[in-house]
Design a binder for this molecule. Structure first.
Ligand code: ACM
Length: 678
């Protein structure tokens, strides 16, 4: 919490605002439920007394928070900051609070220590440059019980001090879960006493950067060897992190991947895979009893370390490649009456759930745990979209919403050419903020939405600086989605508060993206393009249809004047997967033309490529075409996202224009947004 001392000092530099209500609204993030402004203000000073009336544990935590803040208190002052646990009228959540601010006292009341902690964050955020808080009343509670950040510490490892630093920040914005993705092919990150090879070997790899390792030899290394890169948390480290988090009302959710994403385990302990071959298998053998013994032993130690009610057991992206030919898997399927490998995965998850439940805990799994039958008490983390979460809610299971299109923070947050290389498409703060986890749900289903989470996978994010850059400020949007009433949320107002929060984060030593310098959307996408072919009919060759998922509005998309933005997922780019582009535009009459062009993009990770050859031809009868341009382009794999125009300029007269674009050797997708004819 010390870091917020710097935050508040930074606040002193921010211009003051005379209107009390707007001052409160301009500084509190996430937006509180209800603020009533009154005349006057409370000013902190040497004469402020602190009174905490709470159980000993809450008192210890809150005293610590205030001690680390810039506020100072006296024993016998004339003004008071009073924090007390008690009933709060009109508040349902145990995390809610009420603050009454008069010139003489600030009185915060909450049902729990967490509620008082959040009241303190609100007070700290409301203090102006003179140490004053405007008078009034704030009544506030979260919309969702679960408000999380997930950090992948497998693809690149980040030490405990860095984790604590992130706990400071997210708790300040009233987030209450940090989900650590502790195990994956790229490295096992938690000491398990019973299986020392997990940290003597599976936590270390031949290359420091994931991309060099993954696209290279993918070898693991012995701890201490000259080529060993990686790391892990000792059990003492874990206890320290868990305690640090608990002192900020953050629960750490540990994730132990199964049955897939487990190459590191299956190389350290090859007997746990179907073929017993190191370096060959990603999935545990679901037929072998040893697998269950291992997983239960690991989870036993994990549950001893993490008091969280919820333990994440992964479950995503299992290839199950060896299961159909594995005698033990086949035997298990026969014995258990399982008709396919999805049901075998479900058997494994349900068995693990039973074990976890027997220790009084619950499981969370990625939405693939729905396939083959959902474990009876499981909570689903919906990532492939919102469908998994909705399906879970429909069947009476809790769901945590973290759909890739809104909550995956490893995507570009600004114009790609201004940004470090990212894994996912353009997802600026505004896009994240536009997410509503219960949209389209009936009340009955909506009550199963347990919360929302931002996920940061770090395949391409090797440094602490870059982790913070990708998290902040987008996690603030997740914080507000998770806490505030959607009826009063408004992006323009939020972004002003977010700019201030970014200033404070940066002053506090966080490498947050500088929102005040956001470049924004692709300029072509800002307004409709007007050109000769706008609104004119486009005929697609039968051999080169557009893909129905990326149809951008259908037959009219390439001449509708609507230009695409920084991502092919914005419904404005038309996608072609097999035959490339092959279209004819009918201008309805013979016209003088001086240019024909179309933009394409390349992003190799999702298999989106530039064309290798573009041909432009013209005709007056729609049958006999004369080629006016052939553009060849060498398509090579690169990093990041790029855009390029393929066109012709000159003098011609024609009624019909034929535009074809062919894929290079990589095949994959072509995306274009408009064929512009001038
Ligand atoms: C995931 O992104 N594989 C959960």
């Amino acid at each position: 919490m010390k870091r917020f001392l710097i935050y508040i000092t930074a606040l002193l530099a921010v211009a003051s605002c005379r209107n009390t209500e707007s001052l409160v609204h301009n500084s509190i993030l996430p937006l509180p439920s209800k603020v009533t402004a009154e005349k006057g203000k409370f000013t902190f000073g040497k004469d402020t007394r602190l009174e905490i009336s709470a159980d000993a544990e809450s008192k210890r935590i809150l005293s610590g928070v205030l001690e680390a803040s810039p506020l100072t208190f006296s024993n016998s002052g004339s003004k008071s900051l009073i924090l007390k646990i008690g009933d709060v009228q009109g508040i349902a959540s145990p995390e809610g609070y009420r603050i009454e601010i008069t010139p003489h006292a600030i009185t915060a009341t909450a049902k729990s220590g967490a509620g008082l902690f959040y009241a303190v964050q609100t007070i700290l955020q409301s203090i102006d440059e003179r140490g004053s808080v405007p008078a009034g009343t704030i009544v506030d509670e979260p919309r969702f019980a679960y408000r999380g950040l997930m950090l992948d510490v497998s693809r690149h490892f980040f030490g405990k001090e860095f984790i604590k630093k992130q706990i400071d920040a997210i708790s300040h914005f009233k987030m209450n879960r940090l989900h650590l993705h502790l195990t994956d092919a790229a490295g096992w990150r938690i000491e398990i006493k019973k299986y020392p090879r997990l940290t003597q070997f599976a936590a270390w790899r031949s290359k420091p950067l994931w991309k060099d390792w993954w696209f290279g030899d993918r070898l693991y290394a012995e701890e201490g060897a000259p080529n060993a890169h990686g790391g892990y948390y000792t059990q003492d480290d874990i206890r320290e992190i868990v305690k640090y988090a608990a002192d900020r009302y953050v629960t750490i959710i540990p994730e132990i991947e199964m049955p897939a994403h487990s190459e590191e385990v299956l190389t350290a302990y090859p007997e746990l895979s179907c073929t017993h071959e190191p370096y060959k298998q990603a999935d545990f053998c679901a037929g072998n009893e040893k697998t269950y013994e291992f997983l239960e032993n690991v989870l036993t130690e994990v549950m001893e370390l993490f008091p969280s009610e919820y333990i994440h057991i992964g479950g995503d992206e299992a290839g199950k490649a060896s299961w159909p030919s594995c005698p033990l898997c086949q035997k298990r399927m026969k014995e258990e009456g399982l008709s396919n490998v999805n049901e075998l995965q479900s058997y494994l998850i349900q068995r693990i759930e039973k074990f976890v439940n027997s220790k009084g805990r619950q499981i969370i799994g990625w939405d693939e745990i729905l396939d083959g039958g959902l474990a009876p008490n499981a909570t689903v983390m919906s990532w492939r979209g919102t469908e998994g979460g909705l399906a879970a809610a429909n069947s009476g299971h809790k769901a945590i919403m973290t759909p890739g299109g809104y909550c995956y923070l490893d995507s570009y947050q600004d114009a790609p050419h201004t940004q470090p290389m990212a894994f996912g498409p353009y997802m600026p703060l505004q896009k994240v903020y536009s997410y509503n986890p219960t949209e389209g749900l009936e009340e009955q289903q909506a009550k199963f939405i347990y919360g929302v989470q931002g996920n940061l996978w770090v395949e391409y994010i090797p440094t602490e600086e870059l982790v913070e850059y990708m998290i902040y400020p987008r996690i603030l949007a997740i914080a507000e989605i998770g806490w505030s009433n959607p009826a009063v949320r408004n992006y323009d107002a939020f972004s002003k508060r977010a700019v201030k929060a970014v200033d404070k984060l940066r002053a506090g030593g966080y490498n947050a993206f500088d929102l005040s310098r956001e470049y924004g959307q692709r300029k072509e996408a800002a307004r409709p393009a007007n050109h000769l072919a706008k609104g004119k009919k486009v005929t697609y060759a039968a051999s080169a249809p557009f893909n129905s998922k990326y149809n951008a509005g259908g037959d009219a998309a390439l001449t509708d004047g609507i230009r695409g933005g920084w991502t092919y997922t914005d419904s404005k780019w038309q996608g072609f997967i097999k035959g490339g582009v092959d279209v004819v535009i009918d201008l309805e009459e013979s016209r003088k033309i001086s240019s024909v062009s179309a933009d394409f993009m390349q992003m190799c990770i999702p298999d989106v490529w530039m064309p290798a050859e573009v041909t432009i031809s013209v005709s007056d009868d729609g049958t006999a075409f004369t080629e006016i341009a052939k553009i060849r382009h060498e398509v090579t794999r690169d990093e990041g996202l790029s855009f390029k125009s393929f066109g012709w300029s000159g003098k011609a007269k024609a009624r019909y224009i034929k535009y074809t674009a062919k894929c290079g050797p990589q095949k994959g997708w072509l995306f274009t947004d408009e064929i512009v004819v001038e």
